[in-house]
Ligand binder design. Structure first.
Ligand code: FAD
Length: 496
């Protein structure tokens, strides 16, 4: 590790948890940081926006957030959040203290995080990044720098600023990815992507078909609202009761589960065996026939009154502002090439990405990526030569292909704890995730699959989890005394 640190002028694009976590890591490392955020507040997805994409129910352009009004977190609060800033409920009893709280509670936590670490000084709200392009080289041909063009508070006012580095943290759940369904273009009734769903009112007394992942579809389902009186069904998987149970043990990491052939490929779950649709279940090879207002799904025809809703819960990566002369592409949701999902070899380290990975503990993994970026920029750590990084990316892609993982899942880490822990060890001395948190997350995923309706309010913790909760003050309501562990009471003075 090199010793003398260099201070860089860094632009972070986006003030969601990834961008804010990045800002903190960069500030800690001594860099000068500007976070540009297009919205009028921090929080990204968690900044609930009641307006959907006006006139565009498939939501291809418009609002950033995909959060709907009744959304509760699907991850236990004790296991997520920034690594040293636990997502404790408010001490004064206000807010939502539940393990799986409503979305507003997470926004409150993100704002508290900003305040605790003095991040708002670095954040420019209402600042939309329009273009990020390479700057002309210095007369001495120095390091690659970037010109950031942005629209400021006053719409229509554009400005440019040159930075030594840009960290892209714009999230991944804004650009809906639409499926191909026969007859979709002729469907005369409503079609909606979940990105544009907010409240159930307009579906009252209608039959709704939800096309997409069983768990997320079940969560989004308007039937969870007391005001909903229609009928919902999911087209990509059977009702939860028909799913085979999770085998509750770890399998060798292969693409097909050795203990339950009906289970999700172990490579996608970090080796854990989880249930998925029975072998006989049709995938969304659905046919929508608009004229008759009927749809063929789950092996049967359904008729009007009928609304196809929530067509898929998938999203595409989108970086419309990036002008890298082809050095970065998005191909079937593979952003690349990206060394360790973070650095494009040809443009590293001055350009980096911190929120591309999926199925990681958020924002923890993003924080680790950002810490690595910050340390590489300061010269504390170095990267392999570009050709070596490129070779490594190609090997990774090949390995995934051999394992049968579709290209679009390139950045899915599938809660592979070994990968995440080793990433932290290897690149930035980021603390490993405690075992009790890993178990809590898996038990939460398992119960979401087994009991989607009740899992958030009816859960039972193992002894390991209970001990972990106790040791971190979750059961007593009091944070433990500061120790040399990963979680400490925040103190802006010592942290920045
Ligand atoms: C419906 C839904 C439910 C979810 N539930 C959970 C959950 O229960 N638990 C969990 O851990 N995760 C959940 N997630 C995942 C969630 O997205 C991540 O937890 C996290 O919010 C991602 O943070 P991010 O900073 O990467 O992206 P975002 O939160 O999307 O933030 C990106 C930011 O970049 C800004 N931005 C984008 N483009 C520009 C630009 N050109 N210029 C300036 N600013 C720009 C945006 O305005 C935004 O503020 C959920 C996601 C969705 C969609």
């Amino acid at each position: 590790m090199a010793s003398s640190k260099k201070k860089k002028k860094v632009c972070v694009v986006g003030a969601g948890v990834a961008g804010l976590g990045a800002a903190r890591e960069l500030l800690r490392e001594g860099h000068a940081v500007t976070v540009m955020e297009q919205s009028d507040g921090v929080g990204g997805q968690w900044l609930y926006d009641p307006a959907t994409d006006a006139g565009d129910p498939l939501g291809v352009a418009g609002a950033h957030s995909s959060i709907y009004a009744s959304l509760r977190l699907n991850t236990p609060r004790e296991a997520i959040g920034f690594s040293d800033f636990p997502f404790y409920p408010n001490k004064d009893g206000t807010g939502d203290a539940r393990r799986y709280p409503c979305h507003g509670e997470f926004l409150r936590y993100i704002r508290d995080f900003c305040e605790a670490f003095g991040l708002m000084d670095a954040v420019r709200l209402n600042t939309k990044v329009l273009r990020v392009a390479m700057a002309q080289p210095d007369h001495d041909g120095g390091n690659l720098r970037w010109v950031v063009t942005y629209e400021g508070e006053e719409v229509g006012t554009m400005a440019e600023e040159v930075f030594d580095a840009v960290v892209v943290a714009v999230g991944q759940y804004t650009q809906p990815r639409l499926p191909t369904i026969n007859g979709m273009d002729k469907w005369s009734r409503r079609q909606l992507h979940s990105h544009s769903y907010r409240v159930p009112d307009t579906f009252k007394d209608q039959v709704v078909v939800i096309v997409g992942s069983a768990t997320r579809a079940a969560r989004t389902s308007p039937s969870t609202s007391a005001r909903w009186r229609g009928r919902c069904t999911s087209a990509s998987s059977p009702p939860p009761a028909a799913s085979p149970p999770a085998c509750q043990r770890r399998c060798p990491t292969t693409t097909t589960c050795t203990c339950n052939p009906r289970s999700i490929a172990c490579a996608r779950t970090g080796g854990w065996c989880l249930p998925t649709a029975p072998a006989s279940s049709p995938t969304p090879s659905s046919t929508a026939r608009g004229e008759q207002s009927s749809a063929y799904m789950l092996g049967r025809t359904m008729t009007a009154p009928f609304t196809i809703d929530h067509i898929q819960h998938r999203y595409d990566y989108s970086f419309p502002f990036l002008d890298t002369a082809g050095a970065i592409t998005v191909d079937d949701n593979r952003v690349g090439p990206l060394y360790e999902h973070t650095f494009p070899p040809a443009l590293a380290p001055s350009l980096s990405f911190v929120s591309v990975t999926k199925l990681v503990v958020v924002p923890r993994f993003f924080e680790a990526q950002a810490r690595w970026v910050a340390q590489v920029l300061s010269g504390r750590r170095s990267l392999p030569p570009p050709e070596e990084m490129l070779r490594s990316v190609e090997e990774y892609h090949r390995a995934r292909e051999v394992a049968g993982v579709p290209k679009r899942h390139t950045h899915s880490i599938a809660f592979d704890w070994d990968y995440c822990d080793e990433f932290g060890d290897k690149y930035c001395e980021f603390p490993r995730l405690e075992e009790w948190k890993k178990e809590l997350i898996w038990s939460s995923i398992r119960s979401t699959l087994d009991h989607p309706e009740s899992c958030r309010d009816d859960y039972h913790d193992s002894d390991l989890v209970l001990e972990g909760l106790r040791s971190k003050g979750w059961l007593t309501g009091r944070a433990p005394a500061t120790q040399d562990g990963e979680e400490r009471a925040p103190n802006p003075q010592t942290h920045l």
